[in-house]
Design a protein around this ligand. Structure first.
Ligand SMILES: [Zn+2]
Length: 127
């Protein structure tokens, strides 16, 4: 499943970063997910909640920021926010130009799936 593999790699990356920084716990993780990834933020959050059980990020607040799709149309030159069709097959996400419906668009943002920031606690801070 799309969300599960993404949730898994996100959690692994967060835990990896936390370990490298000698964290004893992760208190917050802010994620950026582009709408073009077609990830469902609720499903993503749910799966991450399951995956973080019994890890140092068990009690972390997971904040998922959805990034709108911004495109530049190669046909009419429109530059701005586009939207994907919600009824579209989720594995076939395509950005289209809202002005001329062309799919020959350059995607400026909306494809990302990043960990933006994490907040951790170190042992010495907790003493
Ligand atoms: Zn256009």
């Amino acid at each position: 499943m799309h969300e599960l593999s993404m949730a898994n790699s996100m959690v692994e990356a967060i835990l990896d970063t936390a370990k490298k920084n000698d964290a004893i716990s992760v208190t917050e993780a802010v994620l950026e997910v582009g709408e073009l990834t077609m990830l469902n933020p609720e499903q993503l959050r749910f799966m991450m909640d399951v995956l973080i059980k019994d890890t140092i990020m068990e009690d972390a607040d997971i904040i998922i920021n959805m990034i709108p799709i911004e495109i530049e149309c190669e046909k009419c030159g429109f530059k701005g926010i586009s939207e994907t069709d919600e009824n579209m097959d989720h594995l076939m996400a395509v950005a289209t130009c809202p002005k001329c419906d062309s799919t020959r668009v350059h995607v400026i943002q909306g494809q990302e799936c990043n960990i933006k920031t994490i907040k951790i606690e170190r042992e010495d801070e907790n003493a």
